[in-house]
Design a protein. Structure first.
Length: 518
């Protein structure tokens, strides 16, 4: 019987240890972090263990050695002398309010001012923060530790509100601008976030800020390797396998496909998303849990604006400089997609200094495609709509290509006129196929050319060719002349050839198609 306690949503180190939840030991990183420098920055995706890492560091700097019994840090020669710790958590707050950031800073500052006091003439958050650091040092005689969690959430949450974005940017820059001038009072500063923004310049005064986000030594500091997963959760995986009626290895393979695959350094290990693994093991169900916590929709909007065919998102190339420092207003969202966790390192070419990016796993791919389809065709996400996923999926799985294409043709009629072009309905078809749980292959390179989309289900195969302002006859002829379906000649499944054309002319506007059996 699996008796593991899963710390789903619990980010407090002391609570996990004292109440017997599973803790994957990352305390071996403490000595190297202390040697790293006075100001350290780490970028990792949301729900990836940054908050728990900071809570662990908080417990260490407070000298709570009893919490570390049996852990790596307890076996190391560390200085457990307590330091005053100022922990600023920007996670759980609504920053869409005009004064949301100021209210949150006020709440945080008040909690520490109850301990160290407040100067009467301090008014702004920046003034109060400066006095707080000085007071903590003066009253304790020890240098101050400052931990800042998710510093960029007040910016990412309101990225599309330009006025509020610039206001929050000014507040944060002024607030954190205290750090450099108060060097003599500070022992250690650790800052986490999803992204490091080069053009926001919040930390421009901290020219000695050490970014460890892509350093090999810290590649596995957040997230779990497969060894860590098996060492800590083997009985949980066994329980999940029993519930699914599968072997242990088959279930592990499914978990790997859905939640593994993150890579933050070319020398690092593939990592599992801790949040999703914990949810899957606790609920005994493999589902896309990461997207329950919200997705920056502006990334999907920019991908659509670029006209990028969805399967081409994976395979984008970037330099290291592109990946470690981005601007929120950059038109190309690919580097920010890496920092926010929607893309990860697939491979690295040292001779060109180029990283090939890809979706880390099926959970992220499905989640991002769902957001993208909501922009292309909002009705698809309505379970009560005739254009819902379930209807399209049933059409494909049950071998009803006419119903699928008629449903697609009707859906396209509702799109604004300016949204109709080949890339749009090719993208919608591909996204529908992927999100319906089928195997979708884009632009398969055959011996005579590349098909647009091939969709494979248990009993059926569909080969699509799309045209724009031409004819369905031309599309179906291309499938035949280039023998796109030839590789399925010995397949026992029913093979459908679908040639489609979208005409934008007002009198002929709409999707026409021809369906044949191979």
């Amino acid at each position: 019987m699996n008796s593991l306690r899963y710390p789903v949503g619990i980010q407090t180190f002391s609570k996990i240890i004292e109440e017997g939840y599973v803790y994957v030991d990352k305390t071996n990183y403490i000595p190297s972090l202390l040697r790293q420098g006075q100001y350290v920055f780490l970028s990792r995706p949301r729900r990836f263990g940054k908050s728990l890492l900071l809570s662990t560091l908080e417990a260490y700097f407070e000298g709570r050695q009893e919490l570390f019994k049996g852990l790596a840090a307890d076996r190391m020669d560390l200085d457990w002398t307590p330091s005053p710790v100022l922990h600023f958590d920007f996670n759980a707050e609504n920053y869409s309010l005009h004064n949301g950031l100021e209210l949150h800073l006020d709440t945080l500052l008040r909690s520490f001012e109850k301990i160290y006091g407040r100067q009467d003439d301090d008014i702004t958050p920046s003034q109060r923060f400066r006095s707080l650091i000085e007071s903590a040092y003066t009253q304790t005689g020890r240098k101050v530790v400052i931990l800042i969690d998710e510093y960029d959430k007040p910016l990412l949450d309101i990225e599309e509100n330009e006025e509020l974005f610039e206001k929050n940017q000014r507040i944060l820059k002024s607030f954190f601008g205290n750090l450099k001038s108060l060097d003599k009072f500070i022992r250690f500063v650790f800052i986490t976030g999803v992204a490091r923004f080069s053009k926001v310049s919040i930390f421009s005064d901290l020219n000695n800020l050490d970014d460890i986000s892509m350093e090999d030594e810290y590649a596995n500091i957040c997230g779990w390797t497969e060894k860590e997963l098996l060492d800590n959760f083997k009985s949980g995986i066994e329980t999940l396998a029993e519930k699914r009626g599968e072997s242990f290895d088959f279930t592990l393979s499914a978990l790997r496909s859905y939640y593994d695959g993150y890579l933050f350094s070319d020398e690092g290990s593939r990592l599992y998303n801790p949040f999703s693994i914990l949810k899957a093991l606790k609920k005994k169900r493999i589902d896309p849990y990461w997207f329950e916590s919200g997705t920056p929709i502006f990334l999907a909007r920019r991908i659509m604006a670029m006209g990028t065919f969805p399967p081409d998102i994976s395979g984008q190339m970037c330099t290291r400089e592109d990946l470690i420092s981005v601007g929120l207003n950059d038109q190309n969202p690919i580097p920010l997609m890496f920092q926010t966790g929607y893309l990860t390192i697939g491979s690295y070419r040292e001779d060109t200094n180029l990283y090939e990016l890809r979706f880390p796993n099926r959970e992220v791919e499905i989640g991002f495609y769902e957001k993208l389809l909501r922009i292309y065709a909002p009705e698809v996400n309505d379970p009560f709509s005739p254009f819902s996923f379930s209807h399209f999926k049933t059409d494909l799985v049950d071998g009803r290509p006419n119903d699928f294409m008629e449903r697609l043709a009707t859906l396209l009629k509702d799109l604004p006129g300016e949204d109709h072009y080949e890339a749009t309905y090719r993208a919608i078809t591909y996204l529908l196929a992927v999100l319906c749980g089928t195997k979708a292959i884009a632009e398969h390179n055959g011996y005579k050319g590349r098909s647009d989309i091939e969709v494979l289900t248990g009993n059926n195969i569909y080969v699509f060719e799309f045209k724009y302002n031409k004819s369905a006859e031309e599309a179906i002829e291309q499938i035949h002349s280039r023998d796109y379906a030839g590789r399925y000649a010995r397949d026992s499944r029913t093979v459908y050839l679908i040639g489609a054309n979208y005409n934008e002319k007002k009198e002929e506007r709409g999707l026409k198609y021809i369906i044949e059996k191979f």
